[in-house]
Ligand binder design. Structure first.
Ligand code: FEO
Length: 404
């Protein structure tokens, strides 16, 4: 049965909810699902904007059929070829053989590589500034390479002011029947999802995202709505969401606070992490979040690494190098381009300790990561009175750096 909703004049949401998926991109846990958003514009000509994951094709085509109500489909605009959105394109071409597929030239190449025979179909490749008239609604296209793939375009409907923003302004999380930003408690329900989505999926591409935001800036008076490919449609306070993306994309922290991560085999490093957290709280540092790197998927820790200004990483040595869960996390941080943070390091090792050296090298490869106190603090196996003094000194340095 169809499940659609009007979002603007002649414009309908036809997306679907995936509450069965465990891992987004087969990596990132999705305990609260995700939506794949798609939209239809009904004018003299009809257009579908993007599609959905193939697993949800049945619901999706029921939605399209309901909105078209017997009309032909004239255009399908594919802003982004990643299969969570574009994998139903083949079925769209089969069901609507007269529809013209609209995408960037790179998108057409990607479509061919994914096995969609766009060349024996009507194909219209578009570039920056091109327009397409549907009647009252004129679509204009902006190139948005690397937000999140190189072929990405975003599409602005100049009549309604709806910006079909592809992955930009998207978020993990299901909507439970609601659709617009003002129908959900965004800060309470979605901000953590949105941060984890952006930082892990698009975070590496901060500069391209900033380029798109700069490009969209002069059009802001024309943009009334963000219609992304995941999560709520934004129709109020667009600037709030833009500001969040500016922080994330420019690698600036949202809050002065500290992310504490530890890697611990038998609890001794964990004990030190708790001691330091306790001492930081006593000094007034209460904006903090602590994770056991072995327990929590790195995507959650990455999101808080983007959120907070400071990081304390305490890790045991393992096989003469860094404990693997912490190593994976720091590799991910490097890959995602995280930068501009203040970092405190604690090393544990029972013999031939190496974790401090490896962590120092790994943070050294990231941009503008300041190691507080100049070097890591070491203890051997478990904390003793002598090393307690050094740990307390590091706590003081972190607190002072946070103005406490
Ligand atoms: Fe939601 Fe990059 O696809």
């Amino acid at each position: 049965m169809y499940n659609v909703r009007q979002i603007a004049e002649d414009t309908y949401y036809i997306g679907v909810t995936d509450n069965r998926i465990h891992l987004f991109e087969n990596i990132h846990p999705l305990p609260e699902g995700v939506t794949y958003n798609s939209y239809v514009i009904l004018d003299e000509k009809t257009a579908v904007m993007d599609s959905v994951d193939w697993n949800f094709a049945r619901q999706y085509f029921e939605n399209i059929d309901h909105v078209l109500n017997g009309r032909e489909l004239d255009y399908v605009v594919i802003n982004h070829l990643e299969p969570d959105h574009a994998s139903s394109l083949g079925e769209i071409m089969l069901r609507y053989p007269n529809a013209t597929v609209v995408m960037s030239e790179k998108g057409a190449n990607f479509a061919r590589n994914f096995g969609f025979d766009v060349d024996s179909h009507n194909l219209l490749t578009v570039k920056e500034g091109d327009t397409l008239s549907l009647g009252k609604h004129t679509l204009t296209f902006l190139e948005a390479p690397m937000v999140h793939w190189p072929e990405v375009i975003v599409t602005l409907d100049l009549h309604t002011g709806v910006l079909y923003s592809a992955d930009a302004f998207g978020t993990f999380g299901k909507l439970d029947g609601r659709l617009f930003d003002d129908e959900v408690d965004f800060e309470g329900e979605f901000l953590d999802h949105a941060r984890r989505y952006f930082t892990n999926i698009v975070g590496k591409y901060g500069k391209p995202t900033m380029n798109l935001l700069a490009k969209a800036g002069p059009l802001l008076d024309k943009i009334k709505m963000f219609a992304p490919l995941h999560g709520p449609v934004w129709r109020t306070n667009l600037q709030y969401y833009i500001d969040k993306h500016v922080k994330w994309a420019s690698y600036e922290p949202e809050e002065e606070g500290v992310l504490i991560v530890y890697g611990s085999m038998y609890g001794n490093t964990e004990e030190v992490a708790y001691l330091m957290a306790n001492e930081l709280a006593k000094r007034g540092v209460t904006k903090m979040k602590m994770y056991d790197a072995s327990k929590t998927h790195h995507s959650y820790i990455i999101a808080d690494a983007f959120k907070y200004s400071h990081m304390l990483v305490a890790s045991v040595t393992y096989n003469l190098t860094l404990y693997p869960p912490v190593k994976t996390l720091l590799e991910d941080m490097h890959m995602l381009n995280l930068q501009n943070r203040k970092v405190a390091l604690v090393e544990n090792g029972s013999w031939s300790p190496q974790s401090g050296k490896v962590m120092t090298e790994m943070f050294g490869k990231m941009k503008n990561m300041e190691i507080l106190n100049g070097e890591y603090t070491h203890f051997t196996s478990s904390l003793n009175e002598e090393k307690l003094v050094e740990i307390m000194n590091l706590v003081d340095v972190i607190a002072k750096s946070l103005g406490k």
